[in-house]
Design a protein around this ligand. Structure first.
Ligand SMILES: NC(=O)c1ccc[n+]([C@@H]2O[C@H](COP(=O)([O-])OP(=O)(O)OC[C@H]3O[C@@H](n4cnc5c(N)ncnc54)[C@H](O)[C@@H]3O)[C@@H](O)[C@H]2O)c1
Length: 471
């Protein structure tokens, strides 16, 4: 691969020459949009497809409907270069593509299983309208054996036109908040395929990432980045790798949260316990921070779906059921801390800092912060909230809250302040000013994020998770 200068203002890009592929990405949400923009950035010709008209109108103008670092620049730049287009119409997009990525949502049904109806709809549209060979890639998170069903649907609906295809499972491991970086610098790329041809095409498609030879739009000056591992597997194993990984991380979080409760009972400090555990290289520090539990569009739903998948196969995955139970209990535990500090919650003004499920995203799906807010409303508290990016999305779900311009306005006159999402901005607030403005100087830190000693020195009553109360 060589570098070329695309145009004076666009700077050098990875030049893929013959290896550049025509790609359709179906579903332009957090995963699909990042996939489409990053593949275009690498030099592929990409069409993003979504059935949400409003989304497509915005995207076609180079604007993005979500907040994700670096994504707006990548979309706008590649739309301008003509390498990235958007449409509502899956028919021409899939007809012209060599590779079709399915990135639609797989939300939980009431029983916890993944709703695969969007995947089925896309598969039927592709099979009904394509005549030439396509590689159909499942990137959405799906239960093991979905690839098998996908093949069946493509075969049945494509039979009349003589459509030929291969199915590939290529699970996505990006994290919201660092999605572009994670996509371009992953730890591993997993390709589950039965067909050698399809596997080789995907390896070629990802070559600039596998060899880290592209000009990185995130770390402008980065030279050496570790090359990801390329894992070629069968389809079922690739599907299982995704659920197994997310469930393992969820287990780790629930484990440290259970430890935090033990620490509270016995007067130990979970931060020190986690530090001591994490120093063991076999364990590591990641995902050992206690708090009000995990949320978002991945861990809770993937854990539930994995439990249901196991059940369908006749296995009771009790270990995962316990992890889920511990996680659900975090909200009760946190609100009970508040109740015990305030005695009565009803009628009190409470400030909540952070609404998104984690920092650096506007995503509020399955946000623990909003679970806390719901409980406060059940207790009839007067809730004032602030979040740097997630206010607009929250307003639609909770119009009854008081939305504040900043953390200071939320805190002013409040009887307690709850920190529910660890946005970096909250660390550097003027806490002396906040102390002065609050009705009662009470802070409950649901993420063990703030400087406990500093807050105690300023005269706050400071509670956190799994650590002795200060002062
Ligand atoms: N969000 C994450 O961090 C993340 C990470 C890894 C994997 N995943 C998985 O990726 C998948 C997508 O997640 P997401 O967060 O991007 O979801 P999302 O809800 O943000 O995006 C899904 C998009 O698909 C579109 N869509 C639905 N049905 C469609 C159809 N028939 N035709 C065209 N477009 C359609 C929706 O309009 C939406 O824009 C899920 O399976 C999820 O579990 C998500």
């Amino acid at each position: 691969m060589v570098e070329r200068n695309d145009s004076a203002d666009n700077g050098p890009v990875a030049f893929l020459g013959d290896a550049s592929m025509r790609i359709a990405v179906v579903g332009c949400g957090y995963v699909g949009l990042v996939t489409a923009a990053c593949l275009a950035e690498l030099g592929h010709e990409v069409v993003g497809v979504d059935d949400d008209t409003h989304k497509i109108t915005l995207l076609s103008k180079g604007q993005i409907p979500i907040f994700e670092s670096h994504l707006a620049e990548l979309v706008a730049g590649n739309v301008k270069r003509g390498r990235l287009k958007f449409t509502r119409d899956i028919v021409p997009a899939s007809q012209q593509a060599e590779v079709i990525f399915i990135c639609v949502g797989t939300p939980p049904l009431e029983n916890g299983e993944a709703d695969l109806s969007a995947i089925d709809k896309v598969a039927r549209a592709v099979a009904n309208n394509c005549q030439t060979y396509k590689v159909v890639v499942e990137k959405s998170t799906v239960p093991v054996r979905t690839g098998h069903e996908l093949e069946r649907i493509l075969r049945v609906y494509g039979a009349r036109s003589g459509f030929t295809y291969d199915v590939v499972s290529n699970p996505e491991f990006l994290r919201e908040g660092t999605a572009v970086e994670d996509f371009l610098h992953p730890d591993r790329i997993v390709i589950g395929a039965q067909s050698e041809k399809a596997r080789a095409m995907l390896e070629e498609l990802y070559r600039p990432i596998l060899e880290q030879t592209f000009k990185c739009p995130v770390h402008r000056n980065c030279v050496e980045r570790p090359k990801p591992r390329f894992l070629a597997t069968d389809i079922a194993s690739a599907e299982l790798i995704k659920h197994a990984s997310n469930s393992f991380l969820a287990l780790k979080i629930s484990y440290v949260n259970a430890l935090a409760d033990l620490c509270e009972t016995f007067g130990a400090d979970v931060t020190m316990v986690a530090e001591g555990m994490g120093a063991d290289r076999r364990i590591g520090h990641a995902f050992l921070r206690p708090g009000i539990g995990f949320g978002g569009f991945c861990f809770p739903k993937d854990l539930q779906a994995f439990i249901r998948i196991a059940e369908r196969g006749g296995h009771d995955f009790a270990l995962l059921r316990e992890a889920e139970k511990i996680n659900l209990g975090r909200i009760d535990h946190f609100v009970e801390k508040l109740r015990s500090a305030l005695w009565v919650i009803a009628d009190k003004q409470i400030a909540v800092l952070g609404l998104s499920f984690k920092p650096n995203t506007d995503d509020i799906r399955f946000s623990p912060a909003l679970a806390v807010v719901s409980r406060l409303l059940e207790h009839k508290a007067k809730v004032r909230v602030y979040d740097p990016k997630a206010m607009e999305k929250t307003k639609q779900a909770f119009p009854q809250l008081t939305y504040c311009r900043d953390a200071y306005e939320a805190a002013s006159g409040s009887e307690a302040l709850l920190l529910t999402t660890e946005w970096e901005d909250f660390r550097t607030l003027d806490w002396a000013r906040i102390r002065e403005s609050m009705g009662r100087a009470l802070v409950l830190d649901g993420r063990n994020f703030l400087d406990a000693k500093e807050l105690a020195a300023l005269g706050f009553e400071y509670h956190s998770i799994g650590r002795p109360k200060l002062p």
